[in-house]
Design a binder for this molecule. Structure first.
Ligand code: 5GP
Length: 202
């Protein structure tokens, strides 16, 4: 729950598509009112009921390149054939206000953020509050079923996401923490416990 006495966290979360990461992040945002979601920029088209400025900033490739040239991104990566990037400024501002930020980014972006954070002075809020978490699926078949049930991607996109998942899971060991999402409630509790410990709530 909200408390300015807790340490502001800079949380990076990654998972293959279909691992329930968005659901888990939504649940955390409901519970922790001092936690804000970093709205990424992307050049991919909106999916389902996604809204511009809420789920993503949906940009043209030209606009994305402009921001890149302005050095506005903390990191960016090409994922599944589209560009995705994290804006630097909102994160710096949120942490300076004493609040926490959670990022939902791929393994390549997470490695870039990790590298960036490592070079900051130890007392920089982004470094002091840094934690990265990888969400694993219970197994591959479950991942396939979840992606098919979601019904938002075409079969070839699902195959591409599954092919990428293997490579992403091979990098789970780079993360400070791993949580397996077999049972949503249990995975959520584990994340809450982690956040409570890291932020000094318990
Ligand atoms: P989706 O298209 O399913 O929303 O996201 C595809 C992948 O892009 C996910 O693994 C997600 O974590 C990642 N992603 C979303 N935003 C960013 C970002 O700002 N930077 C990077 N590197 N990856 C991102």
């Amino acid at each position: 729950m909200q408390s300015k006495n807790t340490k502001p966290l800079f949380i990076v979360m990654s998972a293959p598509s279909g691992c329930g990461k968005s659901t888990l992040i939504d649940m955390l945002l409901q519970e922790y009112h001092d936690l804000q979601y970093s709205i990424s920029c992307t050049t991919r088209a909106p999916r389902g009921e996604e809204e511009d400025g809420i789920d993503y900033h949906f940009l043209t490739v030209e606009r994305f390149r402009e921001l890149l040239a302005e050095n506005a991104f903390l990191e960016y990566a090409e994922v599944h054939g589209n560009y995705y990037g994290t804006l630097k400024q909102p994160i710096v501002e949120v942490l300076a206000e004493g609040n926490s930020m959670i990022l939902d980014i791929d393994v390549v972006g997470a490695a870039k953020v990790r590298d960036y954070v490592k070079r900051l002075p130890p007392d920089d809020p982004l470094r002091a509050g840094y934690a990265d978490i990888f969400i694993n699926p219970p197994d591959f078949q479950t991942l396939r079923e979840r992606l098919e049930r979601r019904g938002t991607d075409s079969p070839d996109v699902i195959e591409r996401r599954l092919a990428n998942a293997e490579g992403e899971m091979a990098r789970a060991g780079e993360y400070m923490y791993q949580v397996t999402n077999g049972d949503l409630g249990m995975a959520y509790r584990k994340l809450c416990d982690l956040i409570d410990v890291l932020s000094g709530r318990m």
